[in-house]
Design a protein around this ligand. Structure first.
Ligand code: FE
Length: 288
């Protein structure tokens, strides 16, 4: 597990993301946008939000539906209350993660539980394969202390949200897509290596400081898409300054992706069905 990499991946592309707003006017940066869904299969979206101005977040995300994928929300700072039609409720705060499987349908709200102060975090969308899209909704909250973490000899703190790193199993595992989701805190100059299967799509997002990957600098607020070269065995990072970075990878589903807002299915007919079911109130039904 800790043998040095022989053929680390390189940076294929740097992506700045797009400033946008969602929900009832929450300002955020869409880092992983729709045109990158195929390239970064099984991931559909990554939003970064971070602001000290309550006007940017106070309205939150009132009731809205999802079908066909999973949402993974990671809070760095601030407090968000989640409620959904399957009867789940939870408070998400500093360092905590909420993993929600929308499956065949859920209606939920994500509302700030603070009037002032910093709100910072990420929401990642992980696709479900055709066979899993219509499974019942599922949900779990992880408080910060529930996220496995370790510190390397070079002083890198690794928070393992999903998958495995250096023998440490993360809070969540998924068989179909084998998601890896790490939050790394690197002191200046520290190196970190992570094994990755060559066939898995992988990217990182630097949210503090500057990083170098194979000699290429990745500045703050940039996503680096990592190449999938045959024979590559992982990624090697070095912090140029003290840095914090999300490292995300997974096995592609290789299925058609049809998205209509909060519904992500395999065909247009399934999207029409989702809209029909939502309008008919079938998302609000009690869960199994
Ligand atoms: Fe949502």
């Amino acid at each position: 597990m800790n043998t040095p990499l022989k053929h680390p991946r390189t940076v294929e592309q740097l992506v700045a993301g797009q400033a946008t707003s969602d929900g009832a006017g929450v300002k955020l940066t869409r880092v992983l946008t729709q045109p990158l869904q195929r390239r970064l299969d099984p991931y559909l979206m990554l939003d970064a939000f971070g602001t000290d101005n309550p006007d940017d977040y106070i309205a939150g995300f009132p009731d809205h539906p999802h079908r066909g994928f999973e949402t993974i929300t990671y809070m760095i700072a601030g407090r968000m209350r989640h409620r959904d039609s399957a009867g789940h409720e939870g408070l998400l705060e500093n360092g905590g993660v909420q993993w929600m499987t929308a499956g065949r349908g859920v209606i939920h709200s994500e509302l700030p539980e603070q009037q002032e102060g910093r709100m910072e975090g990420f929401q990642l969308w992980l696709n479900l394969g055709a066979k899993d899209k219509m499974k019942p909704a599922w949900y779990r909250d992880f408080q910060s202390a529930d996220i496995p973490q370790f510190t390397t000899a070079e002083g890198v703190t690794v928070r393992v949200i999903a998958g495995q790193s250096h023998g440490v199993a993360g809070a969540m595992q998924r068989e179909a897509t084998e998601p890896l989701y790490l939050d790394l805190l690197l002191p200046s100059g520290a190196r970190f290596e992570q094994a990755l299967p060559a066939g898995h799509n992988a990217f990182l997002y630097v949210y503090r400081g500057t990083l170098a990957v194979g000699g290429k600098e990745v500045p703050q607020q940039r996503m680096a898409i990592l190449d999938n070269g045959a024979g590559t065995d992982g990624v090697s990072l070095q912090a140029v300054t003290p840095a914090r970075v999300l490292l995300i990878a997974g096995r592609p589903l290789g299925e058609p992706i049809v998205q209509y807002g909060p519904f992500v299915m395999n065909t247009q007919a399934e999207i029409h069905q989702a809209i029909h079911d939502f309008r008919a109130g079938r998302f609000a039904a009690a869960p199994e």
